[in-house]
Design a protein around this ligand. Structure first.
Ligand code: HOZ
Length: 433
């Protein structure tokens, strides 16, 4: 595979950008090769600066649910851009977005737009603290909620591939109010509430974890959290930045039938532009300034071009709900196919999947939390990643991330991917026999 142009850009970038990238996982460190630099993308494909074309299973880490460069989204962006790019003032588009989101997610009575998932989760927790008058929060090891100080404790995503689950630069004071439980362990959460009686403001959780690889909530986990939070007067915060509008129009909360007090969104609602949002019951959201005492603001919040992209994408999904069953069929064909190939080649392999996301773990044991995820063989993932990249398939360049499908992935792309995977597993099992 030719990659001279990517290598040259990376060499220059490393001199001016930390690690040569603007988000750690993009540096490809855990797959032990320099990153490819992307030039363009269309449908299910991305093309790099050396002209290599890949079937893309990252989909911008989730936003591109309809496929890259979808005409409905692109045309909405161009039309909004023609009216100018930012006003720093109220617009009708923000109201339309709020109507769309609250109309689709029952637990969302009011919503505030921000610029990223990080801002959404950080602000949601501030609201929870303001509402309850309490300081402590509970998060789960291996869940990633963006990079605000209090949430960079036992995090997932790039923190796991760096093998540094806690970040330097977070003061002890900021981390002191963050309590950590094991994912899928309701009893552990109960114990924290007993130990810190009347002090916990919120439990924040990815209702389907997707930053330690994809890890599904065990039966009773989300309901258990709901019951504990209600009984203890704490808020349940769902981080649906990845799952929102991906697992269905009602997100994970719709799928599992558990209503959080506050929900956080991002990715899909921006249609590929930088957008986040948090919202919930009206009485809680009325805490937010200028209605209430919890301050949160932003020059680019509700940006008209970003709203146009999000409204176009969400509107399309609302009007074409059949997209979700199509996505699920494609994802089943892909993930079941991969599991079958690994099994036939005698490779210990776990596939966790739900809707149109999934992850591959080179381990024989069930993956249900971060400790079981970390037992997976990262070196074998790196080997697989490199083989697939060289064969035209782009996947998450780190082992503990999700794979994403889009509506543009058809059986043509899935079949090509499975053919490449078959060659990989056969070559490796031949090498080992
Ligand atoms: N935090 C993202 C993965 N869960 C990566 C974001 C990016 O590199 O764009």
């Amino acid at each position: 595979m030719k990659d001279d142009a990517s290598r040259a850009l990376f060499a220059q970038s490393q001199k001016l950008i930390p690690g040569g990238v603007n988000s750690p996982v993009r540096a490809f460190r855990s797959v032990k090769r320099p990153p490819v630099f992307i030039q363009s993308a269309d449908g299910a494909y991305m093309t790099d600066v050396d002209g290599n074309r890949y079937i893309d299973y990252v989909c911008s880490w989730g936003p591109a649910i309809l496929g890259h460069n979808h005409p409905v989204v692109r045309e909405a962006v161009c039309a909004a851009a023609a009216l100018s790019l930012s006003f720093g003032a109220a617009t009708e588009a923000e109201l339309t977005m709020a109507q769309l989101m609250t109309g689709l997610v029952p637990a969302l009575e009011m919503v505030r737009m921000v610029n990223s998932g990080t801002e959404a989760t950080m602000s949601a927790l501030r609201v929870a603290r303001g509402w309850t008058g309490r300081d402590k929060i509970v998060k789960f090891a291996g869940c990633y909620h963006g990079h605000s100080d209090a949430l960079l404790v036992k995090g997932g995503s790039g923190q796991l591939s760096d093998a540094r689950p806690d970040s330097a630069g977070v003061s002890a004071a900021c981390a002191a109010d963050t309590l950590v439980a094991a994912y899928n362990d309701v009893d552990g959460v109960s114990r924290l509430f007993q130990r810190h009686k009347g002090k916990i403001a919120a439990v924040i959780v990815e209702p389907v974890a997707a930053n330690m690889g994809v890890v599904l909530p065990a039966g009773g986990f989300l309901n258990g959290l709901r019951e504990i939070c209600t009984a203890e007067g704490a808020l349940l915060v769902f981080d649906e930045v990845i799952t929102g509008f991906r697992l269905g129009l009602g997100g994970a909360q719709g799928l599992f039938g558990v209503a959080p007090d506050v929900s956080c969104f991002g990715k899909i609602i921006g249609g590929g532009l930088p957008v986040g949002a948090y919202g919930g019951r009206q009485e809680i959201m009325e805490m937010v300034s200028p209605s209430g005492p919890v301050y949160q603001a932003g020059t680019l919040s509700g940006n008209p071009v970003a709203m146009a992209a999000g409204i176009a994408q969400l509107g399309f999904l609302r009007d074409h709900p059949e997209v979700y069953s199509q996505l699920e069929q494609s994802a089943s064909a892909l993930f079941d196919g991969l599991a079958d190939i690994a099994c036939r080649n005698g490779v210990p392999f776990v596939v966790n999947k739900i809707g149109s996301i999934g992850s591959l773990f080179w381990t024989a044991e069930k993956v249900f939390d971060v400790d079981s995820a970390m037992k997976a063989d990262a070196a074998r993932y790196a080997d697989y990643f490199n083989f697939m990249l060289e064969n035209g398939v782009y996947q998450a360049p780190a082992p503990f991330e999700a794979m994403f499908l889009s509506a543009a992935h058809t059986h043509v792309e899935i079949d090509k991917t499975l053919e490449a995977a078959e060659r990989f597993f056969q070559s490796r099992s031949a090498a080992h026999s």
